[in-house]
Design a protein around this ligand. Structure first.
Ligand code: PBG
Length: 330
C-alpha cells in the first residue's frame, strides 16, 4: 500500500476531533440564520402546520414571544409571512395595502420590544389574492407593470410599520428598481432590499402554500413568472438586473436542489447571497426523521453546512431556532 500511496494518506487529518476541527473549511454560525415565521389572526394561538411538523402559525402576541426568544438565541433576523383570513382575500390583493394588516401589526408589536433583530417582510400578493398568484390577473395573465405599482404600495406600508428589509418574492420584472425609487421617495432610503432574484417555479413550495392557505386557491401554476428549473445562465441575468436596480442582497430559492446556482451567483457577483431552505426541504427532513428513517438533527446540520460550502452568506430556514439552540450548546 505504501508504494501506491507514497505517504499521501488523506485520513491522517481525520484521526481526531481536534484535527478535524483544525482542517475544517466552513463554519455554520447563528449569524447565518434567518427564521421564517407564519402569522395568523387572534391571540394566544399556535396552530400546527400539518405538512411542516414542528412549525406553527402564530398570533402576533406569540410571534412577539418567539422574537424575544430568537433575539436571546442570537438569530439576526426574522422573515414574516401571513395566513390571511379567506374573507379578506380578493382578486386585487387589497389587504396587502392595509396598514393594519397582520404583517404590519406584527412588525409594530415586535419593534415595540426594541430588540436587536431584523424584520424581513415578503413583498408579493399571493397571501392576499383570491386566486393565489403573486400578481394582479387579467384573464389567465399575470400583469407585470400593474403588479409592480401595487407592490410598491405594499412595501411602503410594511416599511412604515417598521420592516427593516423589504424582500420581494414576486418575480415581476423591474420591481427592485421601482421599489428602490418608491422607498427613497418616501423617506425610507435606509430600508434594505433583499431580492428573491433566482426564484424557481418549484414543487418544494407545497407546504408553504399549506401554511399561508394558498394551496387550495392557487389557479394554475407560477411558471410565467418564476424560473424554469432547467436554467442556470438565466439566474445570473436575474441577479445582475436586481443588483443593477439596487438590490442590497440577493437570494436563491429553493436551496438544496439549487446549490450550483448559489455557488455561481456568489462567484460571479461577490455580494451578500442568501439561500432559502424552503418548506418542502424542511418537510422532507422532518418527515423522514419522524419515521426514524434518518437522524433528523444530523441531516438538518449537514443540509445547512451544504449552503455554507456553496457560498451562501446566510440561510432562511424553519430549523433556525433548533439550530441556534444546538450551536449554543456547542
Ligand atoms: C410567495 C412565496 C412563496 C414562498 C415564499 N414566498 C411561495 C410561492 O412562490 O408560491 C415559499 C417559501 C417556502 O416554500 O418555504 N411569494
Amino acid at each position: 500500500m505504501d508504494e501506491i500511496l507514497g505517504g499521501r494518506r488523506m485520513r491522517r487529518n481525520r484521526q481526531t476531533d481536534w484535527s478535524r476541527r483544525l482542517v475544517r473549511e466552513n463554519t455554520l454560525t447563528i449569524d447565518d440564520l434567518i427564521w421564517p415565521i407564519f402569522l395568523v389572526d387572534g391571540s394566544g394561538i399556535r396552530q400546527p402546520v400539518a405538512s411542516m411538523p414542528g412549525v406553527f402559525r402564530l398570533s402576533v402576541d406569540e410571534a412577539v414571544r418567539e422574537a424575544v426568544k430568537a433575539e436571546s438565541l442570537g438569530i439576526p433576523a426574522l422573515a414574516l409571512f401571513p395566513y390571511t383570513d379567506p374573507d379578506l382575500r380578493d382578486a386585487l390583493g387589497t389587504e396587502a395595502l392595509n396598514d393594519q394588516n397582520l404583517i404590519c401589526r406584527a412588525c409594530r408589536a415586535i419593534k415595540a420590544e426594541g430588540l436587536n433583530i431584523g424584520l424581513i417582510t415578503d413583498v408579493a400578493l399571493d397571501p392576499y389574492t383570491s386566486h393565489g398568484h403573486d400578481g394582479l390577473m387579467e384573464g389567465p395573465l399575470i400583469l407585470n407593470d400593474e403588479t409592480v405599482s401595487q407592490l410598491c404600495h405594499q412595501a411602503l406600508v410594511q416599511a412604515d410599520a417598521g420592516a427593516d428589509i423589504i424582500a420581494p418574492s414576486d418575480m415581476m420584472d423591474g420591481r427592485i428598481g421601482a421599489l428602490r425609487i418608491a422607498l427613497d421617495a418616501n423617506g425610507f432610503r435606509d430600508k434594505q432590499i433583499m431580492a428573491y432574484s433566482a426564484k424557481y417555479a418549484s414543487a418544494f413550495y407545497g407546504p408553504f402554500r399549506d401554511a399561508v392557505g394558498t394551496n387550495t386557491t392557487l389557479i394554475g401554476d407560477k411558471r410565467t413568472y418564476q424560473m424554469d428549473s432547467a436554467n442556470t445562465d438565466e439566474a445570473i441575468r436575474e441577479v445582475e438586473l436586481d443588483l443593477a436596480e439596487g438590490a442590497d442582497m440577493v437570494m436563491v430559492k429553493p436551496g438544496m436542489p439549487y446549490l450550483d446556482i448559489i455557488r455561481r451567483v456568489k462567484d460571479t457577483f461577490s455580494v451578500p447571497t442568501y439561500a432559502y431552505q424552503v418548506s418542502g426541504e424542511y418537510a422532507m427532513i422532518a418527515a423522514a426523521s419522524a419515521n426514524g428513517w434518518l437522524d433528523g438533527d444530523r441531516a438538518m446540520m449537514e443540509s445547512l453546512m451544504a449552503f455554507k460550502r456553496a457560498g451562501a452568506d446566510g440561510i432562511l430556514t424553519y430549523f433556525a431556532p433548533k439550530v441556534a439552540e444546538i450551536l449554543r450548546r456547542g
